[in-house]
Design a protein around this ligand. Sequence first.
Ligand code: SAM
Length: 226
Amino acid sequence: MAPADCTSGDPAQDPLARARLAMVTGQIAARGVKDPRVLDAMRAVPRHEFVPATLREDAYGDSPLPIGHGQTISQPYIVALMTELARPSPSDRVLEVGTGSGYQAAVLSQLVARVFSIELVDPLAQSAASTLRRLGYANVTVRSGDGYLGWPDEAPFDIIVVTAAPEEVPAALLAQLKPGGRLIVPVGRVWDVQDLQLIEKDASGRVTTRSIIPVRFVPLVKRRDS
Ligand SMILES: C[S@@+](CC[C@H](N)C(=O)[O-])C[C@H]1O[C@@H](n2cnc3c(N)ncnc32)[C@H](O)[C@@H]1O
């Protein structure tokens, strides 16, 4: 779903828009992401609106960036790869765990019907919700809370994207995945290299797991009661 107020800019006039197109060609398509809808979404969403004002000029570089509270906005290639692995379709309902800046939610929102995104750090949830609202991403709902438990009131989901790393796949997330659904999650030890996994639940509820690539994410915080 396109935002009501699209700020993607005219590449002829706007250096940030040119940098964004170069990011898609040089960092994302060049590494093998092929889904044209995903590439279009990455071309459309203004990443510079989701980073701190002092880092706008760096927004289209090939790296994660700090967003405050010890957290990061993920590398653009990883956002595109996770989105492609999710195989989003226009009728899908998606849960994102780890809203952070709101950027991954904005990318997903272009490709699916609804995005529900949950963030543990309340000031990040507030600021992401306000950015998404300002930019017109009306099909995203952000909530402050513990995503280890998923979002039971809105479950089940066609897609669950986890953008922080648990040591083990949270049982609640698997339970909230529809038959036929995809769960994309980096699994592994805190502050170590993790394994980006694509977990699929078939129509009979059987789960298969595929390792995609090694990645490094901030930890998915597990509260004692999670
Ligand atoms: C790598 S950042 C997410 C990047 C984000 N998807 C973006 O596009 O900017 C990981 C986020 O997960 C959040 N997080 C960590 N543990 C969490 C939990 N149990 N529930 C919800 N969010 C959590 C962190 O606070 C952080 O904002």
